[in-house]
Design a binder for this molecule. Structure first.
Ligand code: FMN
Length: 205
């Protein structure tokens, strides 16, 4: 891919890599953060990457924060092995690539703390709620920041029907402040739990 970018893309085209820092679901271990940093170290040495983006729900997430299906706590005992945030743990392995963190940046305080941890701070859901979030912060208009969705706000920001369905679903996987006020706008498919599959005898019920 970096070869293709070099050949065809404009000179200032940036290429990065987004990674989940660990994949541990109870006893089912895909990889640990120790393995993930080895991968990041390797690819940032082999290729020119402009950034490495840590895929997180919380900008200061730490090892083991998102352990799923850890019914007996065995995974937590084994994999919660550092009190440092991933942002700090991945830094020595970036080889010049910029580090991006993301997750639950919703106001000046969280934006400032996150920006101390990494080179770049990304904002997901708050930007969907208020696309002028960053502009308002930069211009010291914090009091104008909208922090929750409402039928009026989604009309103002022209949130797409697909995103309205995603967030207004009772079973949403991405909770959003104020989402309950959107329930009456829910119009079909929102979350995985609402997926309708065609009949397939090989599928589990
Ligand atoms: C509608 C939606 C779809 C997302 N899809 C993905 C995805 O496909 N892959 C991924 O790694 N993260 C995905 N995310 C997670 C975000 O990239 C981000 O890590 C997360 O929303 C936390 O940041 P935030 O608190 O600023 O929203 C998605 C988030 C939202 C709101």
């Amino acid at each position: 891919m970096t070869d293709t970018v070099k050949k065809y893309a404009p000179a200032n085209f940036i290429v990065g890599y987004r990674i989940s820092q660990e994949a541990i679901h109870g006893r089912n271990v895909g990889y640990t953060w120790h393995e993930a940093v080895q991968l990041v170290d390797r690819i940032t040495k082999l290729y020119h990457l402009d950034y490495v983006h840590l895929s997180m729900l919380q900008y200061d997430a730490k090892p083991g924060d998102n352990l799923l299906m850890d019914i007996d706590g065995a995974a937590a005992r084994k994999y919660c092995d550092s009190k440092k945030p991933f942002a700090t743990l991945f830094k020595p392995y970036l080889n010049g690539a910029k580090e991006i963190v993301v997750g639950s940046v919703v106001d000046r305080h969280s934006a400032e703390v996150a920006s101390k941890l990494a080179d770049i701070v990304a904002v997901g859901r708050e930007n969907l709620i208020d696309p002028l979030f960053a502009e308002k912060l930069i211009n010291n208009k914090d009091w104008q920041i909208v922090s929750a969705v409402s039928p009026a706000q989604v009309a103002k920001t022209h949130l797409t029907p697909g995103l309205i369905d995603t967030f207004s679903s009772v079973n949403t996987v991405m909770p959003l402040p104020g989402a309950a006020t959107l329930r009456r706008l829910h119009n079909g498919f929102g979350g995985w739990a609402e997926m309708k599959y065609g009949h397939n005898p090989e599928m589990k019920n």
